[in-house]
Design a protein around this ligand. Structure first.
Ligand SMILES: [Zn+2]
Length: 401
């Protein structure tokens, strides 16, 4: 019950008539085998075709290699004579990607002695794994230029059906692994490869091939590429984006990299200036707080609940307060997770770490610190005022005691 693969003799044929040889239930779907088909089954890295068979959507196409049959999955039974039509845009895209892969693999072989280990036809881009250790930008450009030279040369892509002996007439990129008849796909006079997939008729139909990126793996370099309509669409998209960017900045497209470099430098300078200005503001704020601070003995104590300020900023403010001799800062931050921050100036003999450990339980908090600075966060905002009062009281006792 084998199927004649019409796509092997004509990869551009989209419609056909066939006899149903078998139709078997498969779960809630049906597996249909025909005497001939244009539907390509997933094989050799190329995904299956989709389309319409006997008025039904074809959901999957796979090959029963032992039987030499192509199995079409549909969601209702079929019998007798049926009409089929493949989704041509999908097929053409796959043929372009597959032919592009032959070309790219052939050029890597010629220029870098790089063997193709495997390849993947993805929904957005394709990858080939090339058995080389490294790939420089210059080498990648050279490979890309050669691919596009062969595309512009419009070399015919032809197939030969030969046996094990016959294949010896061709300088194959890789010895074929299959038994029996061997299908040799040739980019005329340029590349020879055993393949059962679908291809375009001429390299010229590919239009454009672009290497997008590459990354080193353990045993190979994985090269991502776009070819055919995918490459053209990518070019249009990138061109649109860069032109829009340049227009909005009122500069030339080619001046974009320089503009970005200058902007990054400027931003980093501004960040530094902003940080210095913020520190200066905190110093002024700290000085005002110290001037208004209550005194216990000769020590000035700043006890303050600040709003929803970032805790790093609150710590910095506390440190600026404690930079004044004879000063203690007791800060709390509002919010669902209240924070307590304690700092003292270095000339005092107080243990901030000890104080925080006594008050944090009041806000169900955790934290700790050194004799000079301590902080912690809790989960009871309603107890924050009381916790700060207790901290103040403990510090007061330590100062007078
Ligand atoms: Zn192929």
């Amino acid at each position: 019950m084998s199927t004649v693969k019409l796509f092997h003799t004509d990869a551009y044929r989209t419609a056909f008539t066939a006899q149903v040889l078998s139709c078997e239930p498969a779960g809630d779907k049906w597996d249909v085998i025909l005497d001939q088909t244009c539907f390509y089954a997933t094989a050799g890295g190329q995904p299956n075709d989709l389309g319409i068979l006997g008025g039904l959507q074809v959901l999957d196409v796979r090959e029963d290699e032992a039987a030499g049959a192509i199995v079409h999955t549909v969601n209702a039974p079929l019998a007798g004579e049926v009409q089929g039509e493949i989704d041509w845009q999908r097929r053409l895209d796959h043929s372009e990607q597959h032919t592009g892969q032959h070309l790219l693999s052939g050029v890597f072989e010629r220029f870098m002695d790089g063997e193709t280990v495997s390849w993947h036809l993805g929904a957005d881009s394709c990858t080939v794994d090339i058995g080389i250790d490294a790939l420089t930008i210059q080498q990648a450009e050279q490979i890309e230029l050669e691919c596009n030279r062969v595309i512009r040369a419009g070399l015919p892509v032809v197939t030969h059906l030969v046996d094990k002996e016959g294949v010896k007439a061709f300088p194959m990129r890789k010895p074929p692994a299959v038994e029996g008849d061997i299908r040799v796909v040739e980019i005329l006079g340029y590349d020879w490869s055993g393949c059962g997939g679908t291809h375009v008729r001429s390299t010229g139909e590919l239009g454009l091939l672009k290497i997008k990126s590459w990354e080193k793996n353990k045993k190979f370099i994985r090269v991502e590429f776009l070819v055919g309509q995918r490459a053209m669409r990518d070019y249009m998209r990138l061109d649109l984006v860069t032109r829009e960017l340049a227009r909005s900045l009122s500069i030339h497209v080619l001046d974009l990299p320089g503009y970005v470099d200058r902007s990054k430098e400027e931003t980093s300078g501004l960040r530094k200036q902003l940080k210095m200005a913020q520190e200066r503001l905190l110093e002024i704020e700290a000085a005002e707080l110290v001037a208004e601070a209550r005194k216990i003995g000769g020590t000035r104590i700043v006890r303050q609940i600040v709003g929803a300020r970032p805790v790093d900023e609150v710590k910095l403010l506390a440190a600026k307060v404690a930079a004044h001799p004879g000063t203690v800062a007791i800060f709390g931050t509002k919010g669902a997770m209240p924070q307590i921050v304690l700092y003292r100036s270095v000339d005092l003999r107080l243990d901030m770490g000890g104080v925080i450990r006594q008050v944090l339980p009041l806000i169900d908090g955790k934290g700790g610190g050194s004799p000079i600075q301590a902080q912690g966060a809790g989960s009871r905002p309603e107890a924050l005022e009381h916790a700060l009062d207790v901290a103040l009281q403990k510090i007061g006792e330590a100062l007078v005691g």
